[in-house]
Structures are given as structure tokens and as C-alpha cells.
Design a protein. Structure first.
Length: 426
């Protein structure tokens, strides 16, 4: 064993790694509606906070290049609003023809690293920022949003048709920009989720009430996107298993929701959970970094609110491995289209078992933020599990110029000069 002694640390670090290449099907190619992916690991949509002014920045492109170079089969750009009025922050992209050349630069960069590129399309609905969009946000029903301290207005039939068309056009532009797939965001309390969830949908027309009615708007969107992108372009849907709030969506109805998405023409489902404006860390689990969130917040009212009420407003849920597996299995067994697993798959053993169970792909986020080379290291046998500690300080960093692993940056500062390292063998 070779030990490396670092100044200021009192223990030996074993840097002996198993260099055997893994041959499990996790690292064999996979197929999504004809899209060939080099392995079964997809970078999930993690809001980057790197689109200042709503534009595609060099920093955003480099972020996804690193993920692609690190071995992921496909990386997902997030979050892209289908229209200007669907944004929660100024540093979120909204789809428009002016940014297609820059998006094409991003997809070309990812493709040059051997990976595919997807883009997450959505609309914030009732938690869009009035300050950012310059008007009253819209939602499934009129609802007070504690996160924004504001009411939205209920969408009219004209509003609904406008948004259906916005999703279709946005998907067409994504395809034009070189993306290999689109991921429709119908979970986490975004606009489509607000129609699906009984917590936010109190409508009395054909878009409210039964699951069939609540699914009408999302179904229309999937069908419109298909009309725009054609039959051979993958449409993925991120949906909720459950909202994590009283009167919200539960797994029993989520199974029915999955069937409606399949019937509408979705090519794969990603069953997640949580409601961004109510239970924002429910889909992540782990620590809630209130101190860092306050420090990185520019809005004085948000800063004050988080300081005074952050611990009460943002629920902390302990992290468990494969924390969404039970519900994901129920959805997988109910549909015939591919189901992509997300939720606490951080070890090689767990990922292999998930694929063996019949899940077609695995999405992960924080492990690739912690180390963009994580997939390559797994494949080469250098590591068997992510060392992300789920501190979630990367989430707070989204408001400070872009997401990054805060722990990694701290470790870099502690890394000594090579001349100070002393070696011994035993």
C-alpha cells in the first residue's frame, strides 16, 4: 500500500485502486427511440445558474462539456423555460430563436466528447417571479405562493392553448439546435405538475377534477411536441411519484399519470418527487444549507425571509440510498415504455442492481457535480461510490454565479504544494 501524507492531516490516505474495467451492462450501450447512448448513466437536469440574462454562456457550455468528457451517456441542460413568463430567476434560459446558434455550440461541444445532449423544457407557473417576468404569474388555479408572497391568476383556455404551442415550438427549436432529446418537466411543482396535482388544481372545467381532466393539459403538450419534432425524436417526461405535501399527488394516482403520459406518446418516464415552492429539498434529501442560501441571496426580502424562517419553510429530509425505488418500481411495472431511475443511486452496486431490475437508464446529478469524471472512474474501477456527502451547498451556489461542489473547492484550497508531500511505503 502506498500512503500519501499531507500537511495538516493526521492519517494515511490509501490511493490503491482496483483498475479492473467493469463489464456490467451498466456500461454497455442503451437505446432511446433509436438514440444510441454509450452507457446507461444520464446526467439529470440540475439547474446550473449559468445563464445570466437568459443567455447561453461559455460557462454553461464548459459545465456540460466536463460532464460529457467525464463519461455520462447524455447530459441534460436545465432549466429552459418555453417562454419568457415561465422563469423563476433572471439567470434561466427561455427558448427563442436568437439563442439557437449558442445552443448549437453547446450541443456540438457535448457531441465532440462522445455524449448526447438533452434539454429540460418547462414553465414555472405559479412560482414564476413577477419581478423577472414583469406580470402576474399564471397557474392551474388561483393560488397563494408563500415562496414568492404573491398570488397567481388561473389560466384561461386561451392561456392553455398558448402554452401548449409554446412547448411545441420550444421543442422544435431544441431539435434545430442539435439536441438529441427533450425532457418535459412535469414534476417538482412546475406548471404541468400544478395541473396534475390536486393541491394546486381546483378547476371546475375539463382541466380539473379527475385524473383524466388534470392530465388533459400535459397530454396536449406531449402531443403538440410530437407534432413538431416528428416520430423519431425522444420525448422524456420528468414526473412526480408524490408531491410530499398534504393534499398533493400520491403514488396511486401517479401510476395513472404515467399511463396517460405513455398513451400521449412519451418515450420514457423519470419518476421523481417534491414540490419546488413547498418542499424544495424533498427531491434531493440531505442537509439544507440555510447559511449559504442566505449568504448567496441578492434579494433583500428573500435574504430576510430565509434568515428568519428558513428552517421552518424548508423541510430537511435525511438522505437514503435509492430513496425513490419503491414508487419507481410501481410505475415501471405499469407501463411498457422505458423508465429512467432517479433518486439516490450513488454506488456501483446499487446502480447495477437498478439496471438488473429492468430500469433502462439511471439519472444522477450531485455525483457529477462533485466529480465530473465520476462515470469514467466508476467504469475504470477507480471508485465504487460517489463521495458526495449531500451537504447541498452546491444548491446554494446556483445563486452565486453557478453550481459547483463547494466541498471540492475547499479541498483544492487545502491541497499542498507537491514539494511538501512526503511518501512512505509499508
Amino acid at each position: 500500500m502506498v500512503c500519501v501524507y499531507l500537511p495538516g492531516r493526521d492519517k494515511c490516505i490509501d490511493n490503491s485502486f482496483n483498475k479492473m474495467k467493469k463489464s456490467h451492462s451498466l456500461f454497455s450501450s442503451g437505446n432511446l427511440l433509436g438514440l444510441e447512448l454509450r452507457n446507461k448513466i444520464i446526467r439529470s437536469g440540475c439547474f446550473e445558474g449559468m445563464s445570466q440574462g437568459g443567455d447561453v454562456t461559455d460557462k454553461l457550455i464548459e459545465h456540460h462539456r466536463e460532464v460529457a468528457a467525464g463519461g455520462a451517456a447524455m447530459t441534460t441542460v436545465a432549466y429552459c423555460s418555453v417562454s419568457f413568463d415561465g422563469r423563476a430567476f433572471e439567470n434561466e434560459i427561455w427558448m427563442r430563436k436568437e439563442i439557437i446558434p449558442d445552443l448549437h455550440k453547446l450541443t456540438d461541444t457535448v457531441h465532440n466528447e462522445g455524449a448526447a445532449a438533452s434539454i429540460q423544457l418547462g414553465h414555472c407557473g405559479y412560482f414564476a417571479s413577477k419581478k423577472v417576468i414583469k406580470k402576474t404569474p399564471v397557474g392551474a388555479s388561483r393560488k397563494f405562493n408563500l415562496f414568492r408572497l404573491s398570488y397567481c391568476r388561473e389560466m384561461t383556455k386561451d392561456d392553455i392553448e398558448e402554452k401548449v404551442e409554446d412547448f411545441g415550438r420550444a421543442a422544435a427549436m431544441a431539435k434545430q439546435a442539435g439536441f438529441d432529446a427533450v425532457e418535459v418537466h412535469a414534476g417538482h411543482g412546475y406548471l404541468l405538475s400544478q395541473f396534475i396535482s390536486p393541491y394546486t388544481n381546483h378547476r371546475n372545467d375539463k382541466y380539473g377534477g379527475s385524473v383524466e381532466n388534470r392530465m388533459r393539459f400535459p397530454v396536449e403538450i406531449i402531443k403538440r411536441i410530437r407534432k413538431y419534432v416528428g416520430n423519431n425524436f425522444p420525448i422524456l417526461v420528468k414526473m412526480n411519484q408524490y408531491d410530499g405535501i398534504k393534499d398533493g399527488l400520491q403514488i396511486k394516482e401517479a401510476v395513472e399519470v404515467a399511463k396517460y403520459f405513455e398513451k400521449a406518446g412519451a418515450d420514457a418516464l423519470i419518476p421523481s418527487c417534491g414540490f419546488t415552492s413547498k418542499t424544495p429539498f424533498y427531491m434531493l434529501r440531505g442537509n439544507v444549507p440555510i447559511k449559504e442560501m442566505v449568504s448567496n441571496q441578492n434579494d433583500i426580502f428573500m435574504k430576510a425571509g430565509l434568515t428568519l424562517f428558513g428552517k421552518f419553510m424548508v423541510e430537511e429530509v435525511p438522505f437514503d440510498k435509492l430513496f425513490l425505488a419503491d414508487g419507481a418500481r410501481r410505475i415501471k411495472d405499469a407501463v411498457s415504455i422505458p423508465v429512467i431511475y432517479i433518486g439516490g443511486a450513488v454506488s456501483l452496486t446499487d446502480m447495477e442492481n437498478i439496471i438488473d431490475e429492468g430500469f433502462k437508464f439511471i439519472q444522477m446529478g450531485r455525483a457529477t457535480i462533485r466529480d465530473p469524471q465520476f462515470v469514467n472512474k466508476l467504469k475504470n474501477g477507480e471508485v465504487t461510490e460517489s463521495d458526495c456527502d449531500h451537504c447541498n451547498r452546491c444548491v446554494a451556489a446556483m445563486d452565486a454565479g453557478g453550481v459547483y461542489c463547494v466541498t471540492h473547492k475547499e479541498e483544492e484550497r487545502l491541497t499542498p504544494n507537491p514539494n511538501d508531500i512526503k511518501f512512505s511505503t509499508n
